[in-house]
Design a protein around this ligand. Structure first.
Ligand code: ATP
Ligand code: MG
Length: 355
């Protein structure tokens, strides 16, 4: 078994070709625009909630863990028995949010956080690979594509090196660095499982660490799903042919395209919030408040308790508000088990269709 051990970072040769630098400019521009546009949504939880869930679903789909939006929304409210797939997607969401908290608090992305994130994702404490035998296979043919380092100490040393590379400043564009780090992490392949998903979480955390994003809202999993064969091929060609340019361009294009698509989605949510506001102000002026609109967009499913908690009204009042909102067609009620829930249908279908 011939193992392939990546060299320590930084790379010894320049990969900032004219093509790469040009693409980095447009990718950075799109990302900066996304970061700005996100601020038009008044409460950042609204975007974080909906986009993290979207990403958890898509990223898990790369690993063939498939669930539906509806199942996920219901599961997050504890109103349905949760399937294994949905549970895994929820674990991804938890792992990502945990990473976001760690970065916000510590302004560092340490090796031990990466291990924590993978643990949260996989819900086991296997940690860094100790036993040999992990190989990467072509999913279709079963043929071994490459064998990552097998020695525990070698893996640990490579992780120390990537930790240093992530946290210490250098003069390479952060988006190019993100592509380098993703390649390096997937090639170290430090865990028995969950390397792809952990690597994708590192991408987003890295952008936050480098101040390119304030909140976690750029998710490339949909792009990777749509260009999956290229994703595997290009990673592998860096290993076998030292072919960096195409790989970096692929990742930069992913940042650019995903930023532009996410901007559309955010603009859509924003318009919908405004329309809903006008509708309520016009037809139910007595119950209108800014906070009410925010709650209706915090989650596609709303329940009476949410209004009680955040508006400080009684159950009776909250229940009346939701009924009135249903009468004017802003919300639609459904009965699940013993509880009544109200769906923001327009938001629901927007999130389902998006990205
Ligand atoms: N044929 C391949 N060529 C190149 N890289 C590969 C190949 N197969 C897998 N990889 C890399 O390994 C990752 C999968 O590793 P692992 O199964 O540990 O992670 P995961 O999170 O469980 O899976 P996934 O990325 O599919 O969601 C991929 O995301 C990719 O980065
Ligand atoms: Mg796997």
């Amino acid at each position: 078994m011939t193992t392939f051990t990546p060299k320590n970072l930084p790379l010894k040769h320049t990969i900032e070709t004219t093509k790469v630098l040009k693409k980095a400019i447009s990718a950075n521009r799109a990302l900066a625009k996304l970061n700005g546009v996100a601020k038009i949504i008044p409460n950042s939880t609204i975007l974080i909630n909906s986009l993290v869930l979207q990403e958890a679903k898509d990223s898990s789909e790369i690993e063939n863990i498939i669930t539906t939006h509806d199942e996920l929304y219901r599961a997050s409210l504890d109103i349905s028995s949760v399937t294994n797939e949905t549970k895994e997607v929820q674990n991804y969401q938890q792992a990502l949010l945990k990473g976001f908290d760690l970065i916000k608090e510590n302004k560092l992305l340490l090796k031990k956080y990466i291990i924590d994130i993978q643990q949260e994702l996989e819900q086991n404490d296997a940690g860094v690979r100790k036993q040999s035998g992990t190989v990467l296979k072509n999913a279709k043919t079963g043929e071994v594509v490459f064998t990552p380092p097998q020695d525990y100490q070698v893996i640990q040393d490579l992780l120390d090196n990537i930790e240093q590379y992530i946290n210490e400043p250098n003069d390479i564009d952060p988006l190019i660095n993100m592509a380098i780090i993703h390649y390096q992490f997937e090639t170290i392949h430090p865990f028995y499982d969950g390397n792809g998903r952990t690597g994708r979480i590192i991408n987003i955390l890295y952008l936050i660490l480098k101040d390119l994003l304030d909140i976690p809202i750029l998710y490339m999993s949909r792009y990777i799903i749509n260009h999956k064969a290229d994703y595997y091929r290009l990673l592998q060609e860096v290993r076998t042919e030292d072919k960096w340019e195409e790989w970096i361009l692929y990742m930069l294009d992913g940042v650019e395209q995903t930023s532009l698509e996410t901007i559309e989605l955010i603009n859509g949510i924003h318009s919908l919030m405004n329309e809903t506001k006008d509708e309520i102000k016009g037809k139910l002026p007595k119950i209108y408040s800014k906070d009410l609109i925010e709650i209706l967009f915090m989650h596609p499913y709303t329940k009476i308790e949410f209004l009680v908690d955040s508006l400080g009204v009684t159950r009776q009042t909250a229940s009346r508000y939701l009924k009135e909102l249903e009468t004017i067609g802003v919300m639609e009620s459904i009965q699940i088990k013993n509880s009544k829930f109200f769906i923001n249908k327009e938001l629901f279908s927007m999130l389902q269709k998006s990205i």
